[in-house]
Design a protein around this ligand. Structure first.
Ligand SMILES: NC(=O)c1ccc[n+]([C@@H]2O[C@H](COP(=O)([O-])OP(=O)(O)OC[C@H]3O[C@@H](n4cnc5c(N)ncnc54)[C@H](OP(=O)(O)O)[C@@H]3O)[C@@H](O)[C@H]2O)c1
Length: 474
């Protein structure tokens, strides 16, 4: 259990302070972590009153139901809040002082399931969230004299990290990890659509999420081509998929997707076939902790995670099926929430190089491309999606982020869970009716959590032109 305690003093008499604070239908007015709060029972606040709250966890909006357990006018109110994966008991005590009212706020938070084991990790994040709430209450009760919460500036690195923790780590634990998947899947119906006769191209189908996607697509009877860089791995995966699914229409082509000449060669092979492409899944990707350049002199993260995606898609664009069911699915990452695209330094030349940042920027770029392609291709009936698979236990994450992998191992998704939304976007009828969105767990999500990560139209166009220029002579 995590216990949070905060005390404030406000220059108002205890009675109106008590009445205002105990009415949880008004928490939205002072707690920046609450999107909406509404009474769900009739009458004035009292024991048994119920409130429905929608909370703000980064891009997610979990719901919480509060009930008043004790209501002792002008001195104490106790509420119990329940959400999907945690519960909280809030005890708020009020005491008159010579100049106003002192409020002592105690919140006792308990997580269910394996989140229970993450107390140490969650504690600082929740403390900051609680502090923001109580500062908001003080601000509200002091007629706006105190600084409003959420107006922190990020002069210091730790301020920024705290802010990111508030907005990313807790939502991440709840939504990007396995709990998020398990909660949301309760609302899904089984995705039974088949891909019989559909020509599907997937990159990075030899490991992790891509391999799980390839297997599921083959089960749906797709005519599948895997683009891979390692012949032995590709042949072994092809054999395994055919044996497991009985679908003989699984082949592979070899290319290093960070090398534009390889992409050009493989695209020519794909275009040789008369049959149009129904679905392209740009899944291959990697996080490189050291800055290196490819044989073509391109920085590796940028080349593999962004330029390669652009070039392969552009080369194949003319061959997409025009019968209204074609789809392009770009695998991005929630990491992109932390970064804005830097169109002046796409190749991460500015030192010091930071692998996670370079990766997040490339994945941000993929989301921008998704929107641009969606605009260009919508008249042709081609749906373009970007998605985040969640935090998934794969060889890629284990080798690139060993610390993250071992600390969060118990809440990482399986590759099959990470693959779910990609397969759904590829096959569900409903997913073909939308375009240009960013998905997690079969739901469109916001593309920005931090306002300073939003790119301008000029930056979007610069990105497009730069990628075009860098691939023009290949
Ligand atoms: N795992 C997560 O938590 C997570 C979270 C957010 C986003 N993602 C994204 O999900 C996608 C799949 O990642 P994963 O976690 O499944 O990683 P993974 O297990 O390392 O699989 C990555 C796949 O991409 C291939 N690949 C990488 N670089 C390549 C290149 N230059 N040329 C050709 N193929 C290349 C790999 O081939 P080899 O088998 O030859 O290595 C492998 O098949 C990536 O785009 C990743 O950024 C993952």
């Amino acid at each position: 259990m995590i216990r949070l305690t905060e005390s404030i003093h406000v220059n108002r008499p205890v009675e109106p302070v008590f009445r205002y604070t105990a009415d949880f239908g008004r928490t939205q007015e002072w707690d920046p972590g609450v999107v909406s709060s509404k009474p769900a029972s009739p009458g004035n606040p009292g024991v048994g009153s119920i409130y429905n709250l929608v909370l703000k966890f980064g891009p997610f909006r979990p719901e919480m139901r509060y009930e008043i357990l004790a209501y002792i006018p002008f001195s104490k109110v106790i509420l119990k809040g329940t959400a999907d994966s945690f519960s909280a008991v809030d005890t708020i005590c009020f005491s008159p002082t010579g100049t106003g009212t002192r409020i002592d706020y105690l919140a006792e938070i308990e997580f269910s399931g394996f989140l229970n084991r993450m107390d140490l990790f969650m504690s600082p994040v929740l403390k900051e969230t609680g502090r923001n709430a109580i500062t908001g209450l003080r601000h509200k009760l002091s007629n706006g004299i105190c600084p409003a919460p959420g107006s922190r500036r990020f002069a210091s690195g730790s301020g920024l990290i705290d802010y990111m923790a508030d907005h990313m780590i807790l939502p991440g634990m709840l939504a990007f990890g396995r709990p998020g998947y398990e909660i949301r899947r309760r609302f899904w119906t089984e995705n039974r659509e088949t891909l019989y006769g559909k020509r599907v191209v997937i990159t990075g189908g030899t490991s992790g999420i891509g391999k799980a996607v390839a297997l599921k697509l083959a089960k749906k009877r797709a005519d599948l081509t895997i683009i891979a860089r390692n012949r032995q791995k590709a042949a072994a995966v092809q054999k395994e998929i055919i044996e497991q699914t009985g679908n003989p229409h699984v082949d592979f082509l070899l290319a290093d997707l960070g090398v534009m000449a390889d992409i050009k060669r493989v695209a020519v092979r794909l275009l040789e076939k008369k049959k149009s492409i129904d679905i392209l899944i740009n899944n291959a990707g990697a996080l490189f902790n050291d800055r290196e350049e490819t044989s073509e002199g391109l920085e590796r993260t940028f080349a593999t995670d962004l330029l390669g995606v652009f070039y392969l898609t552009e080369r194949l664009k003319s061959r997409f099926s025009r019968c209204g069911s074609a789809r392009i699915i770009n695998v991005s990452s929630g990491g992109m929430y932390t970064q804005k695209i830097d169109v002046d330094d796409l190749q991460n030349k500015q030192l010091p190089y930071n692998g996670a940042k370079a990766y997040a920027r490339a994945k941000r770029g993929v989301v921008i491309l998704t929107r641009l392609w969606a605009e260009q291709l919508c008249d042709a009936g081609i749906a373009v999606h970007a998605m985040h698979p969640g935090w998934v236990d794969t060889p890629g994450i284990a080798s690139a982020l060993p610390g993250f992998h071992s600390r969060l191992n118990s809440i990482l998704r399986t590759p099959e869970q990470g693959a779910d939304t990609i397969v759904w976007l590829a096959s569900a009828r409903e997913a073909g009716l939308k375009t240009g969105l960013f998905w997690l767990d079969r739901q469109p999500r916001e593309t920005h959590v931090f306002p300073n990560t939003v790119e301008s139209e000029t930056e979007r166009q610069t990105l497009w032109q730069t990628l075009n220029r860098l691939t023009a002579d290949t």
